[in-house]
Design a protein around this ligand. Structure first.
Ligand code: NAD
Length: 333
């Protein structure tokens, strides 16, 4: 017979730190043997599953996951007035999706939506919405539900990037960067997830960045927001995974620098090897990642693997690699 005490909750003298009573469970020999057998079974199963997932990964290099059609889906994209948001809106519409575009820039947003409607794609809709304003997000989301229908794909794309040393970043800038790049994700998710859950159908996509994979100078708050987006999306996926039969997908995308004007002073050592990405190419890669239900992707794809590899090395080795690549953004001041 063995006594199992909740040791982790006890002090050295055996007294419970939190004042709770020690757990006193007695197990007979057959129960203990059964526990050990179960544990061995779990470990064997774990290794079978790990090896299976490695095999599946290898198989998917040869036979890629088929792209899920987006025809008939209602896709809400934030920041459709410019850059990747605009390209995403045009792409999704060209594939038969109904696009709902949100932006604070009414003029450029309406231009994007008019362009879609002029091309004869499914009717698209433009709304003014400041995604950093929770009330505005909920109010406009209600309108969308009534006037367009149930949003099935949400793409949190809108973002800003003040680029200067930390001591030059104002309180207002830092707060605004977090309000748009991070908090807005909570508001849009809370606004559209209930209908996705009701229909047990949906996909949430978020724009992180290569600045959400590794820290960069002049981008301390921005990197903070993009690392946060990666964490939010991983945790969200975990919540969906724990729900039985939940069919809502998540995709987090980390693009390298894209030629939209957001990076005002890009610094690239190997311009031929690592040129700024074309916004249309980036949008195509984002859409493909969504259609193939990727959880975390970088554009180009190797960045996420390079980051994983560098994190295994000693910190200094990672810093030498960073110095060698010597790319990022100069201060915009
Ligand atoms: N451009 C890059 O190099 C790059 C690289 C990696 C990740 N990203 C991320 O991709 C996303 C899109 O970047 P981009 O380069 O296409 O940006 P962009 O500046 O070209 O366009 C952003 C759009 O978002 C809108 N917007 C800004 N604040 C808003 C708000 N509060 N509410 C609603 N709309 C708002 C703007 O009006 C604009 O139309 C961002 O989240 C950015 O951080 C960009």
């Amino acid at each position: 017979m063995v006594e199992v005490h909740a040791k982790s909750k006890m002090g050295l003298n055996g007294s419970s730190g939190s004042g709770t009573q020690p757990i006193n469970r007695r197990k007979n020999l057959s129960q203990q043997i059964w526990d050990v057998v179960q544990l061995i079974g779990d470990v064997v199963l774990l290794w079978v599953l790990v090896l299976y997932s490695l095999g599946e990964r290898f198989y998917r290099y040869i036979v890629p996951v088929p792209e899920r059609p987006v025809k008939g889906e209602i896709v809400l994209i934030t920041g459709t007035g410019h850059g990747m948001g605009k390209e995403l809106a045009l792409l999704y519409a060209s594939k038969g999706a109904t696009v709902v575009g949100w932006d604070v820039n009414t003029k450029s947003n309406e231009e994007t939506i008019s362009e879609i409607n002029a091309r004869g794609y499914p009717k698209a809709y433009a709304y003014y919405c400041d995604v950093s304003n929770k009330d505005s997000v909920f109010e406009v989301a209600k309108k969308v539900l009534k006037e367009v229908g149930d949003v099935s794909i949400l793409i949190n794309n809108a973002g800003i990037m003040p680029t200067h040393p930390i001591l030059d970043q104002t309180k207002e800038e830092i707060e605004k960067t977090f309000a748009i790049n991070v908090f807005a994700h909570f508001w849009t998710i809370q606004a559209f997830l209930p209908t996705m859950k009701k229909n047990n159908h949906g996909h949430i996509v978020a724009l992180s960045s290569c600045a959400g994979l590794f820290g960069l100078e002049n981008l301390v708050p921005y990197c903070g927001t993009k690392f946060a987006v990666r964490g939010i999306m991983e945790a969200l996926h975990e919540e969906f995974r724990q729900e039985k039969n939940c069919k809502i997908e998540t995709t987090c995308v980390c693009p390298y620098m894209v030629d939209t004007g957001l990076c005002k002073k890009p610094k690239v050592r190997f311009e031929r090897l690592m040129p700024l990405l074309n916004p249309r190419y980036a949008a195509k890669s984002i859409m493909k990642a969504q259609q193939t239900q990727q959880k975390l992707v970088s554009i180009p794809g190797y960045l996420v693997n390079l980051n994983d590899f560098v994190r295994v090395l000693p910190l200094k080795a990672g810093l030498y690699i960073k110095d060698f690549i010597n790319s990022g953004v100069e201060s915009d001041l």
